[in-house]
Design a protein around this ligand. Structure first.
Ligand SMILES: Cc1ncc(COP(=O)(O)O)c(C=O)c1O
Length: 349
């Protein structure tokens, strides 16, 4: 086990934070974790005061985008214990993303102990449930100055923390995107790579300009298979069955997606994770069997959809969302420790 050096900040900014108005990702805690990779090894893992990092202008990440990240949360239970939700899933996904981007693996024990030690040091920053939770953002980037196109030999991995508000979850008005593509077969869509987010910004900006909250990504070949919704996974309730796109190399397989699938099956809701197409949804809407659609992700857990623009017609949904509501409440009660953790998903800090 690699030892993490802990250098404490002499002062804290916490008294300047209004926990009633946290927003998402606007404030950062007093410390960060950092480890550097060179000569095939992770060296100098340290928790130190939050500060800027200096980057050489020739840093290859700035030119060729070798950058990946993760997103998970720490939750405060009613008895003030702090717990993480399925951190091993994020660690595995991070290392899978690293492989696809020619970046080094981060040893699981170093990764988990970095998250736990950092959250433990910042435990006063974990909001009470009524205010939100503590978002954990691990990321890795190439940290070497050169201009030839090749994988770097030096990397930096950092973890920062941000107290985030309880996501205000207004139901979404969305459109089916049949022009732009987030990711294609053989691409890097199943990696949590910064480049995927860069590719999604322009289409999402256009959708917002047209008055939509988000867009439904479809496959790059025929634009008929649903892939994701914005930066979250997609679910449709058809004939009381939960249908979701099949995992593939153009879809980021969410930890929330996996948890919702397991939870739904446990609650006796049938799940079909072999895909859902736009044509299937249009037909199901016309016959009245498409009753709910929602997205899943760490930030908002579940966001329900109130309308979908299919180009030729607009589908509108009742706003009571019984299945999404049941799944969301059950999952959040596990995350915040007020429901029994029957799946062994939580990890105490
Ligand atoms: C593109 C994309 N898809 C899906 C998800 C949902 O993943 P998770 O449930 O692990 O947050 C996210 C959010 O992290 C995302 O950015």
């Amino acid at each position: 086990m690699i030892r993490i050096d802990i250098q404490k900040n002499s002062s804290s900014k916490i008294s300047s934070i209004d926990f009633n108005n946290l927003g998402f990702g606007e404030f950062f805690t007093d410390h960060l974790f950092q480890a550097n990779y060179e000569h095939d090894d992770w060296i100098t893992p340290v928790i130190k005061p939050m500060d800027k990092i200096a980057i050489h202008p020739g840093n290859s990440t700035l030119h060729y985008g070798q950058a990946i990240f993760e997103g998970l949360k720490a939750y405060r239970k009613a008895n003030n214990d702090i717990q993480l939700f399925r951190p091993e899933k994020n660690i595995d996904r991070f290392n899978k993303s690293a492989t696809r981007l020619c970046m080094p693996q981060v040893p699981k024990d170093l990764f988990l102990s970095a998250i736990k030690s950092l959250v433990d040091l910042e435990r006063k920053w974990v909001p009470e449930r009524k205010y939100g939770s503590l978002y954990i953002r691990p990321f890795m980037f190439a940290n070497e100055a050169f201009l030839g196109v090749r994988p770097a030999e030096k990397y930096t991995m950092i973890i920062i923390l941000s107290p985030v508000g309880s996501y205000y979850n207004k139901p979404l008005n969305v459109k089916v995107e049949r022009n732009f593509t987030r990711a294609v077969r053989g691409g890097i869509g199943s990696a949590k790579a910064a480049a995927n987010y860069a590719a999604s910004l322009y289409p999402m900006q256009q959708a917002k300009k047209q008055g939509y909250d988000q867009l439904i990504w479809t496959d790059g070949q025929n634009h008929n298979n649903v892939e994701e919704l914005g930066t979250a996974n997609f679910f449709a309730v058809i004939d009381n069955k939960l249908c979701t796109p099949k995992a593939s190399d153009s879809i980021l397989e969410g930890v929330t997606r996996d948890s919702i699938i397991q939870l739904a099956r446990h609650l006796g809701i049938e799940v079909d994770d072999n895909g859902v197409s736009v044509t299937q949804m249009e037909e199901a809407y016309r016959t009245g069997s498409l009753t709910e659609c929602f997205s899943t992700g760490t930030a908002a857990v579940i966001s329900s959809i109130v309308s979908i623009d299919f180009d030729n017609f607009k589908a509108e949904f009742n706003t009571n969302f019984p299945i999404a509501g049941l799944l969301k409440n059950t999952l959040m009660d596990i995350q915040f420790g007020s429901n029994k953790d029957i799946f062994n998903w939580t990890v105490k800090v």
